[in-house]
Write a protein that binds this ligand. Structure first.
Ligand code: ADP
Length: 470
């Protein structure tokens, strides 16, 4: 807009200058013609009376006074030359005497004037450029007696003033238009960019992993169209996100089913072998056989327990019952979970503050998380000489922190980003579902779970939960 205003100002300025110059030229041309005609008429009036004679220059000089009068009336320079081109009278508008000027009619003009009555030629005197009008003066017998010359200097000063005044006034008008333009441009661009900035902000909030609410845009302007296109894209994104989630779920379940089948098959082989062996060697009277029978039964029961564990974990993962959250004392929950392991053969330090820390969480699920973390810590310490564990609860700002720290085997860097995945395990008997369930429970309670670990030194799991007032 601003460049439009500036360009139109320039164009109007240029057109105005051109128009003024043109008008000025036309006016001066007409003025020259008018004056030239008037002067010539009067001069002819005098020249008519002159007889062609020897001493022509002296006769012509007698008209000097008349020539001065004409120069003064018409405010023009008038020169009179003899027919050979020498100056006789040089009248200037503001003087009463002939001025000495070194001027001759150009040779080319003299010869032209023999043929023609009048010629106009451009002349230059120093830096002054002008048009010079040469006309023959005749007597009554049509004899050439002298040459009348009117150098015509265009007076551009008046015209310059007019032009400046005009340009000045339109300049003021344009200054206002320009300022108005700036204001308007500012407002317009702000209203456009505000919408775009808002749109940009909303686009930034689009999360590819979640459902995104479509934008609502009331106006049906260009941005409205953009928003519509974007909403269509969001819909498609949502569709493909659901599709992807479905595929992911299916492949996870397939993988899970494969794992479970594998885990279930494992104990079944020793069971089958043991039973077959018993069948083959069955002898109820033999003391040794009965002893073996007992041991085999114990193994079978152990394997069945293992199978049942797998089935329980799997169904836990599959079901994940709806959490029944309530405000509970974390002090109690942590203490109770630690106590379960108190009599085991490792050093367990429990640090629970006197001040009660409450949180809104399903107590049963929290118990499951604590059990899993402590059980993992215990298993990680199975090869450590003096296994130690520390279970600690504290309040940091508005959140409660539960720490389970061990000095066990630690987690290799390669595994660090996998341990929360369902079915990742490094244990021969593990299902790899524990931590995945823990993460789900803690995150649905509005908390988070993280860990730090160093191979061969130990692992620290940190659970944070929002603390609530009792
Ligand atoms: P599982 O105990 O059935 O293997 P989890 O999900 O509880 O399943 O744990 C996944 C894996 O994370 C474990 O197999 C183990 O390699 C690693 N892990 C978990 N806790 C610890 C720990 N405290 N120290 C070392 N490794 C751990």
């Amino acid at each position: 807009m601003l460049s439009l205003v500036i360009t139109s100002l320039l164009i109007i300025g240029l057109v105005t200058i051109w128009f003024f110059t043109d008008q000025n030229k036309q006016y001066h041309e007409e003025r020259l013609q008018r004056k030239e005609r008037a002067i010539k008429t009067e001069m002819t009036y005098f020249s008519k009376e002159v007889e062609l004679q020897e001493d022509m220059d002296v006769v012509i000089k007698e008209f000097e006074e008349e020539v001065f009068r004409l120069a003064s009336v018409h405010q023009l320079e008038i020169n009179v030359f003899n027919t050979s081109g020498e100056i006789l009278v040089a009248a200037r508008p503001d003087s009463v005497h002939s001025q000495y000027i070194e001027k001759r009619v150009p040779e080319s003009a003299i010869s032209d004037l023999v043929m023609m009555n009048r010629i106009i030629i451009p002349e230059q005197e120093g830096s002054r450029k002008y048009l010079s009008d040469y006309t023959n003066l005749y007597n009554e017998n049509d004899e050439r007696i002298a040459i009348l010359n009117i150098p015509y200097l265009q007076d551009t000063s008046v015209n310059q003033q007019d032009l400046e005044a005009f340009l000045g006034s339109i300049g003021v008008v344009y200054l206002f238009i320009f300022l108005g333009g700036i204001g308007l441009t500012f407002l317009l661009s702000r209203s456009i960019t505000r919408n775009l900035t808002e749109l940009g902000g909303r686009m930034q909030k689009v999360n590819l992993n979640e459902r995104n609410e479509p934008f609502d845009w009331k106006s049906d302007d260009e941005i409205g169209k953009l928003v519509n296109a974007f909403n269509t894209m969001l819909n498609k994104l949502e569709e493909s996100r659901q599709e992807l989630a479905k595929t992911e779920r299916e492949s996870a379940w397939r993988e899970m089913a494969r794992q479970v089948a594998h885990e279930i098959k494992n104990p079944l082989t020793p069971i089958k072998l043991s039973v077959q062996h018993l069948q083959a060697t069955a002898n109820y009277d033999d003391e040794v056989w009965r002893e073996k029978f007992k041991r085999t039964m114990a193994t079978i029961i152990q394997q069945i327990d293992s199978l049942s564990n797998i089935a329980t974990e799997f169904s836990d993962f599959a079901k994940m019952p709806q959490a029944k959250a309530e405000v509970i004392s974390l002090n109690e929950a942590v203490r109770a979970a630690a106590e379960l392991y108190a009599d085991l053969a490792f050093e367990l330090v429990t640090e629970v503050p006197d001040q009660t820390i409450n949180s809104f969480v399903d107590p049963e699920q929290l118990g499951r998380v604590m059990n899993n973390l402590i059980k993992n810590a215990k298993q990680a310490g199975s090869d450590t000489q003096i296994p130690r564990m520390r279970v600690c609860l504290k309040k940091v700002g508005e959140t409660a922190e539960i720490i389970v720290e061990d000095n066990g085997s630690g987690i290799a860097d390669d595994f660090k980003d996998k341990i929360f995945r369902p079915n990742f395990t490094t244990k021969s008997s593990g299902m790899g579902l524990g931590l995945s369930i823990c993460k789900q429970i803690i995150e649905s309670a509005g908390g988070s779970i993280s860990f730090e670990s160093e191979l061969g030194i130990g692992t620290t799991f940190k659970v944070t939960l929002p603390a609530v007032k009792p």
